[in-house]
Design a protein around this ligand. Structure first.
Ligand code: NDP
Length: 332
């Protein structure tokens, strides 16, 4: 399979901490970086041994790159994705795909029209814990699944306490940051789509007024499965988890809503409790390898553009539910 020449869109923390390493581990070359700030772009390029940096998106997209990784604030993904698709680049885009569903749908359409692959970086699909849960459910280990619960609350690291807490225009808040991941992960683990959401939010003072720094909610899935989520930036001592309960067993994953390849899964049935065997691997490496295969015509990204639209629709429905104190239906 051909190695990919990448361009980075945005001098991001997520690139610095995880994705640059994953791109290189999958054989990718990072040939260029676009940043809105020339000094930031040049410093970042220098730090990571990237030979070119530019503040001109047109020049960047005309340079010899096969794929772009968009990791800017959420409001910018849409325009940058459309421009990259028009330039014929494959796109790995950060979540949430956009800040409204119409923009996200346009991104999918633009990538289809340009015949390029669009992947959403919902890296949690690459988690060994989550993959093992999905497989166990498909193998009938818990019987008929009835409920899924995700705890994705934690403490937002100080170095990330910027636009996520202060800028509604950039797509701030725990729901667009965390619930969107939960939504994608639930859809993946139980292989089902959401039909309605109700949510309630909190502002404990960490985020500016009007931006939620925690949320809880419930999702009803098409099959009738009930989903529940707890997300937040404000609690330091919560253990993350995913539980799926069926009529003949339960799966309980702990320490799994994370960027690191850690966590474990217990299967509890009438025969007792067993630990599932896990193939731990860097979640971003798994995500990028699937993206690379999709570019080569072999399968789909772990989370496609359409999946990114679906997770965004759930997250936005949660925000609307919290605002209107009502149950919000998701358009089919
Ligand atoms: P950052 O705040 O680190 O970066 C966002 C963008 O802001 C950068 O791409 C950069 O764009 C610009 N920027 C960087 N430093 C500064 C600065 N000092 N002052 C002003 N602007 C700056 O965000 P994250 O890396 O945390 O998040 C980026 C995207 O990735 C978001 O969409 C987020 O939701 C997603 N994300 C996904 C994760 C996952 O695991 N899938 C985890 C974390 C984030 P430019 O250089 O062009 O100006």
């Amino acid at each position: 399979m051909k190695n990919i020449r990448w361009g980075l869109v945005g001098a991001s923390t997520i690139g610095r901490e995880w994705v640059i390493n994953a791109i290189r581990q999958t054989g990718g070359e990072i040939a260029n970086i676009f940043s809105t700030d020339s000094r930031r772009g040049a410093t970042y390029a220098n730090e990571f041994g990237i030979s070119k940096s530019t503040t001109d998106l047109g020049h960047f997209l005309n340079s010899p790159i096969d794929a772009v990784y968009i990791a800017t604030t959420n409001d910018l993904h849409h325009g940058q994705c459309i421009a990259a698709a028009k330039a014929g680049k494959h796109i790995l885009c950060e979540k949430p795909l956009a800040t409204n569903v119409a923009d996200a749908v346009n991104m999918v359409k633009a990538c289809k029209a340009a015949n390029v692959v669009l992947a959403t970086n919902h890296h949690l699909r690459g988690g060994a814990t989550h993959r093992a849960m999905r497989d166990a459910i498909k193998a009938g280990k818990i019987g008929r699944p009835l409920a899924i619960k995700v705890v994705h609350a934690g403490y937002l690291p100080v170095h990330l306490q910027g636009w996520r807490l202060t800028s509604p225009a950039a797509g701030a808040g725990a729901i667009l940051d965390l619930t969107v991941h939960d939504a994608d992960l639930m859809r993946f683990i139980i292989d089902d789509d959401a039909v309605s959401v109700s949510a309630t939010v909190q502002n404990s003072g960490m985020a500016v007024t009007g931006v939620e720094d925690a949320a809880m909610g419930a999702i009803t899935f098409r099959s009738g499965i009930l989903g529940q989520f707890h997300d937040g930036f404000t609690t330091k001592y919560v253990q993350t988890s995913v539980e799926v309960h069926g009529d003949s067993g339960s799966l309980v994953a702990t320490n799994c809503m994370t960027q690191a390849p850690i966590g474990e899964v217990l299967l509890r049935t009438a025969s007792g409790e067993t630990k599932l065997q896990l193939q731990q691997e860097d979640l971003y490496v798994r995500t990028i390898n699937a993206f690379k295969s999709a570019i080569a015509g072999d399968g789909k990204p772990l989370s496609t553009g359409e999946d990114g639209v679906a997770s965004l629709a759930i997250a936005l429905a949660a925000l609307e539910s919290a605002r209107t104190h009502s149950v919000v239906n998701i358009a089919a």
